[in-house]
Design a protein around this ligand. Structure first.
Ligand code: NDP
Length: 446
């Protein structure tokens, strides 16, 4: 990192103590911005970096609710409205026991650049709670969501801040939150949340969008080296929304997806993941990947506690959570002949893993580019809500494909322009940053 950037980075660490994931996300961006800052002295004069790294607003609130035994439970809710230079704050809500301010800030920070890359008029934000939905009844989930929205409602709106799902927040949770928002405000503001059900303002393809978009991006990236998905072994981690629809699209492109995982372990299925069974277990029964292995028969094996990256594959798509691919995993993947790694999750590769991929010269796509299909389709949902229209699956999927191709090409061209052809991290960070930085300056000191 250049000296001027190090100075700003050190200030950010000092101002935000104990937020390791936020520091990591900022560092990853700063490591690539040297050439941009050198070419654009106005960014330094206007303190653009300092301004982009300081959220416009950080909201932390109490979420009281009652469990099925009648006990009072208290969780903490967050919404970080990071940057609205390009449009209303936009980014998901995460319900997971690990959530604290540092995680929401890392996600919100990445979201600024990701949203900028989509080409849509959306700013960056993120939120969530340390609520753990595992093992909670439907009634408990509903009461939690209602309480969470009771506070959040006063901060959001279709032209202000538009949350969506993330880990632990899917269609069911969005439904409970939308219902409560409507009740509190007495307004049918369909555009206040995305990821809604199809009969009440949702968009076709939104459910599939992050996973589909990831595979579309990866296919285009593979093509730059004359490769594609057909006939290749694909390792995918996670078994939630992103993992399931990445598996679906990778299979459609002829790939052999042989893994899935959750926080208890991974499954390797040499016959290829049976997607109908995985959807039944995860989406309908809300079960575990070990249940999938038990029901699948002899082709599938569940490995408790192991690393899914031990399974040899040519393409690896981490789709679970941050820092799930460590340096030693990267070394194993490379030893086993991996040719491309593309992030479905946010920041799933540690800096050590990224350095190993880069040194080996394989294709590597950072999440802010490769998983942007979800938020892009949320942007399309907002467009449909604003015009009271609903588009067909094919039309919406074509738009998603165009957006992913554009993001890919923008990253690739920007990296080349700055003398780092093939470096998607440089390309994504620089292209995402310049648009936001120019808008921040144009709008004055606010
Ligand atoms: P889901 O809640 O649907 O699924 C998350 C999956 O990851 C589950 O299989 C979960 O297993 C696993 N997982 C979570 N935490 C861990 C952990 N600490 N160790 C191992 N496995 C873990 O979430 P999504 O699929 O929506 O999100 C997955 C990733 O994709 C996240 O990083 C998210 O930020 C990112 N993303 C999501 C988008 C979306 O549209 N949904 C858009 C862009 C990025 P378990 O049940 O055991 O916890």
């Amino acid at each position: 990192m250049e000296a001027n950037l190090t100075m700003v980075y050190d200030q950010i660490i000092a101002r935000n103590p104990g937020e390791a994931e936020f520091h990591q996300a900022v560092r990853e961006v700063f490591d690539t911005l040297g050439p941009v800052m050198a070419r654009n002295p106005q960014y330094t004069e206007a303190a653009v970096l300092e301004r982009i790294c300081e959220p416009e607003r950080q909201i932390i609130f109490r979420v009281p609710w009652q469990d099925d035994q009648g006990r009072v439970q208290i969780n903490r809710g967050f919404r970080v409205e990071f940057n609205s230079a390009l449009g209303p704050y936009k980014g998901g809500l995460r319900f997971h026991r690990s959530v604290y301010l540092g995680i929401i800030k890392f996600l919100g920070f990445e979201q600024i650049f990701k949203n900028s890359l989509t080409g849509l008029p959306i700013g960056g934000g993120k939120g969530g709670s340390d609520f753990d939905p595992h093992g909670r009844s439907d009634g408990e989930i509903m009461r939690f969501c209602q309480s969470f929205m009771t506070e959040l409602a006063r901060h959001i709106g279709p032209n202000t801040d538009v949350p969506a799902g993330d880990i632990g927040v899917g269609g069911r949770e969005i439904g409970y939150m939308f219902g409560q928002y409507r009740r509190i405000t007495n307004r049918y503001d369909a555009g206040v949340l995305t990821g809604k059900g199809l009969t009440w303002g949702g968009s076709l393809v939104r459910t599939e969008a992050t996973g589909y978009g990831l595979v579309m991006f990866t296919q285009r990236m593979l093509q730059t080296r004359g490769l594609d998905f057909a006939g290749r072994r694909i390792a995918i981690s996670g078994s939630g929304n992103v993992a399931i629809y990445a598996t679906e699209k990778a299979q459609e492109f002829g790939g052999e997806v042989i893994t899935c995982s959750d926080s208890a372990g991974y499954v390797v299925d040499e016959a290829g993941i049976d997607l109908d069974l995985l959807k039944q277990v995860k989406e309908i029964e809300r079960g575990r990947v070990s249940d999938y292995a038990m029901r699948r028969g002899s082709s599938a094996k569940f490995v408790p506690g192991g690393s899914v990256w031990d399974v040899p594959a040519e393409v690896a798509l981490p789709c679970a959570t941050q820092n799930e691919v460590r340096e030693d995993d990267a070394v194993t993947l490379l030893k086993n002949g991996v040719k491309a790694v593309a992030e479905g999750a946010n920041m799933p590769c540690t800096p050590g893993a990224i350095a190993a991929f880069s040194k080996a010269g394989i294709l590597y796509a950072p999440g802010k580019a490769s998983n942007a299909g979800g938020v892009a389709t949320s942007g399309l949902e907002m467009q449909q809500n604003a015009s009271r229209d609903s588009w067909s699956f094919e039309y919406t999927e074509d738009k998603l494909a165009d957006i992913m191709a554009n993001i890919h090409d923008t990253c690739s061209e920007t990296a080349a322009e700055y003398g780092h052809a093939g470096d998607y991290v440089m390309g994504a960070n620089i292209a995402g940053f310049i648009k936001v930085a120019d808008a921040v300056i144009a709008q004055g000191l606010i």
